[in-house]
Design a protein around this ligand. Structure first.
Ligand code: FAD
Length: 456
């Protein structure tokens, strides 16, 4: 049994920073990683997808060249081997960076292997027993693969990254963030793409006008949709992937060459030996934590996707900040201080902060609303990228911004001006009276705020 002061399980978006912080505080720290250093975001999440989204965008812009007066003589084709090589180079830099960081930091010992709890404070890795008074769980999650697709070599966010050819017809089951990003990307690479969604609209957690806006953008690129698919089930037939969709209208099945499952993620807690501990998990396998990310067992914290408090890189990293602030800096940061924010990286992207319109209505708050189409923004028109719209909701009494959705060019970037005002706890008038640079996409935000109307 080797005794440490701190053990970190997983090197995703919270673990490495937590390990480095513990080590810098003089704690003898063990870091355990069973897969690739850097976890999902670095190896098969944010970094590779956004790298490939950039390649897909290059193909898309090249195809639109003539609209801008740029004539390309000859075909535009995508070489997936080169797309993959570019992606691999960028991913490998980050992955190696995390690995070298952990292996070269004083006070850190790295163990490569699968960590399993033997009891509340003992971890088994490769048959070696480690113990510590402080244990930080950062095991992340993986794609959910239900039994309904047995017999098919399904693609997930992880193995789709290894394709070095363009699938003829990619069927995507799941019309939310991951499915939509891959769907548009592969359409732009040259695949035929059909997206199948059980709900009656895409990304159901968003407002229906946002769902419609996204669908409209993707339909412009000839992506096919089957919404309201009820009895989803897949099989192989004569070398083809067949998905039964049982929709109300149209064909009851979709045939394609490849199938991507993007129907949600499950936490990596099933094989962590939690049954040997008193650590509580909820019915979906997420580790239960309080506002400081402590589990119910003294000296054990859960950070990142495995605690169900967020499903993003920035929330995982914020989890590290919260735990470190409370533990080492006497700074009482809390998860509940966090304002929801995220991007959906189809092109153009969706930037989202705070409450949706639906949530504001359900809250019963007296609110104001403003919407503007991207067509109204001269910079967007000049760039030839005027798809989408923005919507901002404000509390009618406090004048605080309640939430916003910006679907359109630079939506994921410009939404930060609204987010920062929310964090500053200042009224929307700080922005509506500000002078923004012309011509930018941001300049529409003050103008839109001049036009707030009661939410009816
Ligand atoms: C396709 C895709 C695109 C995404 N795009 C974005 C995006 O644009 N923006 C964004 O904010 N988020 C994005 N995400 C989400 C983001 O990747 C995750 O929220 C983030 O990686 C969570 O980090 P984490 O630290 O919780 O865990 P992870 O990054 O999943 O890391 C967990 C680590 O723990 C290791 N591990 C697990 N179990 C054990 C064990 N028993 N023993 C030892 N090691 C173990 C794993 O090998 C892994 O390295 C995306 C996700 C996907 C799938």
């Amino acid at each position: 049994m080797e005794k440490f002061d701190a053990i970190i399980i997983g090197t995703g978006q919270a673990g490495p920073s937590m390990a480095a912080k513990c080590a810098s505080e003089g704690l003898k720290t063990a870091v355990i990683e069973k897969g690739k250093f850097g976890g999902t975001c670095v190896n098969n999440g944010c970094t590779p997808t956004k790298t490939m989204v950039a390649s897909a965008r290059a193909a898309h812009v090249a195809r639109r060249g003539a609209e801008f007066g740029v004539i390309i003589n000859g075909d535009i084709s995508v070489d997936m081997k080169l797309v993959k090589a570019r992606k691999d180079a960028i991913v490998s830099k980050s992955n190696k960076g995390v690995e070298n960081w952990m292996k070269s930091t004083k006070n850190i010992t790295v163990f490569e292997g699968h960590a399993r709890f033997e009891n509340n404070n003992t971890i088994n890795v490769n048959g070696k027993l480690l113990t510590a008074d402080k244990i930080f769980i950062n095991v992340g999650g993986k794609a959910r693969i239900p039994k309904d697709y047995e017999g098919i070599d399904v693609l997930t966010n992880a193995n789709i990254m290894d394709l070095d050819y363009v699938p003829e017809h990619l069927i995507v089951v799941g019309g939310s963030y991951i499915g939509l990003e891959f769907g548009q990307m592969f359409r732009r690479f040259g695949s035929k793409v059909t997206i199948i969604e059980r709900g009656d609209r895409l990304v159901k957690r968003e407002d229906s006008d946002v769902s419609e806006g996204i669908k409209d953008i993707l339909e412009q690129e000839d992506i096919q949709f089957r919404l309201g698919a009820t009895c989803l089930k897949g099989k192989m037939e004569n070398g083809k992937v067949v998905v039964d969709v049982d929709c109300d209208k149209g064909d009851r099945r979709v045939e394609g060459s490849h199938l991507l499952l993007a129907i949600g993620r499950v936490p990596n807690t099933g094989d962590l030996g939690l049954e040997n501990t008193d650590i509580k998990v909820n019915d979906r396998g997420f580790i239960e934590v309080n506002d400081e990310l402590k589990t119910n067992v003294e000296g054990i914290w859960a950070l990142g996707d495995c605690n169900g408090q967020g499903a993003f890189t920035h929330t995982a990293y914020n989890d590290f900040e919260i735990v470190a602030a409370n533990l080492f800096d006497n700074d009482p940061r809390r998860v509940s201080d966090r304002i929801p924010c995220y991007g959906l990286y189809i092109d153009p992207a969706l930037g989202r902060i705070g409450m949706t319109e639906e949530q504001v209505r359900a809250s019963g708050k007296k609110a104001l609303i403003t919407t503007r189409t991207m067509q109204r923004i001269s910079r967007a028109r000049e760039k030839g990228e005027a798809n989408g719209f923005m919507k901002i909701l404000v509390d009618a009494e406090t004048k605080r911004i309640l939430g916003a959705s910006i679907l359109g060019i630079e939506g994921d970037e410009i939404i930060h001006s609204l987010l920062d005002i929310m964090y500053a706890d200042m009224p929307y008038t700080v922005i509506s009276r500000a002078v923004h640079i012309h011509p930018t996409v941001s300049e529409l935000i003050p103008t839109a705020l001049h036009d707030l109307k009661p939410l009816e």
